[in-house]
Write a protein that binds this ligand. Structure first.
Ligand code: GDP
Length: 199
């Protein structure tokens, strides 16, 4: 796929607003500040595509990026970003739950975790939940440039080991938006998911 042709299409607040032309989509998730926007920008090679600063109005939505006619990347709101009213948060959680549990077009989730703080409780809840719904997850251990190669590799191995119970559904790699580490591997994974049969 030519990720550098990707365009922001729309923000969907409700499932009814999801682009009808979508046949396969891949969602990006992760704790706020983990490096999700930077990863999307780096993978597509379009700086500023997913806003790294928190764009008001885009944080509570499913942001749809069109890679090709019927292939989409979906930027999910960063979890742990509590600057919204409780009622809005609850409403949003319902939408997100419905999205993940019912969206046939969702072929995989890219989960971004800061390599210095991998597998937070929320990450673990997310992994247990989505794998329980048989959705594959590819983890980017982001900001890998923040660690030397030795510690980065041992973190990678430790995370892989911790995720052995999910081995069929979960893969893990090192990633640095700053240095470009792992960008090709991430694209390779997206290519494979996008190449699967559409619904
Ligand atoms: P998001 O909230 O998950 O979308 O995170 P952002 O992409 O906005 O990144 C959060 C912060 O981490 C920003 O200050 C980024 O510049 C920084 N950051 C993101 N990726 C990297 C990386 O690969 N290396 C380093 N050193 N910093 C990064």
């Amino acid at each position: 796929m030519h990720y550098n042709q990707t365009k922001f299409l729309k923000s969907a607040q409700k499932l009814s607003q999801i682009p009808s032309e979508s046949k396969i989509e891949i969602a990006f998730a992760g704790r706020s500040n983990a490096g999700k926007s930077s990863a999307i920008n780096k993978i597509t090679n379009i700086s500023g595509l997913a806003k790294t600063s928190k764009t008001p109005g885009r944080t509570q939505l499913l942001n749809y990026f069109q890679v090709s006619e019927d292939r989409f990347l979906v930027d999910l709101p960063g979890y742990g970003y509590a600057k919204v009213a409780h009622t809005v948060q609850k409403e949003w959680e319902k939408t997100l739950t419905a999205y993940i549990e019912t969206r046939q077009q969702l072929r995989g989730i890219v989960l971004i975790m800061d390599i210095r703080h991998p597998l937070t409780q929320h990450d673990q809840n997310m992994l247990a939940w989505v794998t329980n719904h048989n959705i594959p997850v590819h983890i980017l251990l982001s900001k890998a440039d923040k660690l030397n190669r030795g510690p980065a590799m041992s973190t990678l191995l430790a995370v892989r080991k911790a995720l052995l119970p999910y081995a069929d559904l979960v893969t893990v790699q090192l990633f640095s938006a700053l240095k470009g580490t792992g960008v090709d591997d991430a694209r390779y994974k997206l290519d494979a998911w996008f190449a699967s049969d559409s619904v």
